[in-house]
Design a protein around this ligand. Structure first.
Ligand code: SF4
Length: 352
């Protein structure tokens, strides 16, 4: 990757920490939604983020596009600190409003981005009025109609003058995508953007997103709890899949690595739990996990957060958290990625 579009450096997002800024009090109520995550997203890049609900993927997504401030760490847009720019501490680079325009979001429920009391055309042209103030009203409407046509809503005038409740779920999600694309974004956060659609419409929507990515030269951070959807999008785009567990990015890599040659034991669990993947025979059979209970994110396990469920956990996993290992070319947070690590001399935990 040449210069990343967005870089997350060692990001923590801890909720509740603001009421305990110096750690003076018992911090049992602090939720470590994201803990020590670093990630680069390039131009025209696709990263699919997967993990169980509550693993921190939405919080990480919002941090990536600058609508959630991290507790620690930094977010940079083309090497320019996003939050320092927002606070006015950087004044000679790209303005904060330009950065925000470049980083758009589509939600699981398009109703959250479409005003129920406004016709589609108004919802589409209003942001254009703010960001492209040189356009006349006719030009703004022409752009919106052309984009509706581009996403298959034909004839566009049939859809433009409807209210959101007069659209199907798939049509509303297309309108939300158009609304984001009209801003000329460099990155779109799609947070469970296809989860509410019928299964038959999901592939259609992902194909449309990929087609538009090519046409508009944008990147996607695609968040899904469903590994088969994450795989579909990342594989077709030649992108990566990132796997999160209890606030940590535990593995990230190309689709082939994550699906057919995963290193992290939790990635293997996700693969096992996704029947559509048609896994290699050695990855079938019993669930590769010691316990199905997901620990409380308010009180995550010591050491490696996966050690209470991991079938390969050893004594040192319980004591010391593994760091993100890139030594063997992969990017994974597990001692097993390093064949020389002292983990291999440590005692297996009971039940492994
Ligand atoms: Fe399992 Fe240990 Fe690796 Fe954590 S560090 S995933 S407990 S083997």
């Amino acid at each position: 990757m040449s210069e990343p579009l967005i870089s997350l450096h060692d990001i923590d997002v801890h909720f509740g920490a603001e009421s305990n800024p110096f750690g003076l009090f018992d911090d049992e109520t602090t939720v470590r939604a994201v803990d020590g995550v670093s990630l680069d997203i390039g131009e025209n890049d696709v990263v699919s983020l997967v993990g169980e609900s509550g693993c921190g993927k939405t919080t990480l997504g919002k941090t990536t596009i600058g609508i959630q401030e991290p507790t620690n760490g930094s977010v940079t847009y083309r090497n320019q600190d996003l939050w320092k720019t927002r606070r006015g501490e950087i004044t000679d680079g790209v303005s904060y409003s330009q950065i925000r325009r470049s980083l758009q979001m589509i939600h699981q429920n398009p109703g959250s981005s479409l005003n129920p009391n406004k016709r589609v055309i108004e919802s589409l042209t209003r942001p254009l009025k703010k960001w492209k103030s040189t356009l006349s009203r006719e030009e703004r409407e022409a752009r919106a109609l052309a984009m509706l046509d581009r996403v298959g809503m034909k004839p566009p005038s049939d859809f433009a003058y409807r209210y959101p409740h007069q659209l199907s779920g798939g049509e509303a999600q297309r309108v939300a995508l158009v609304r984001a694309l009209l801003m000329d974004p460099e990155l779109i956060l799609a947070d469970e953007a296809i989860s509410a659609l019928d299964v038959s419409l999901r592939i259609e929507m992902m194909d449309l997103m990929l087609e538009l990515q090519d046409a508009f030269d944008t990147s996607y951070l695609f968040i899904s709890h469903d590994l088969s959807n994450a795989r579909y999008l990342a594989e077709k785009a030649g992108g990566r899949i990132g796997v999160m567990y209890l606030g940590k990015l535990v593995e990230i890599g190309p689709v082939d690595q994550i699906i057919h040659n995963p290193t992290h034991p939790y990635t293997k669990v996700l693969n096992w739990a996704t029947p559509e993947l048609e896994l290699d025979s050695e990855m079938q059979g019993h669930p590769p996990v010691r316990s199905i209970d997901i620990p409380d994110p308010e009180n995550p396990p010591s050491g490696c957060r996966f050690h209470t469920r991991c079938p390969d956990a050893r004594a040192m996993c319980k004591e010391y958290p593994p760091t993100f290992d890139t030594s063997d070319g992969g990017e994974v947070t597990c001692y097993r990625a390093d064949s020389d690590h002292e983990y291999w001399d440590s005692e297996p935990l009971e039940g492994t």
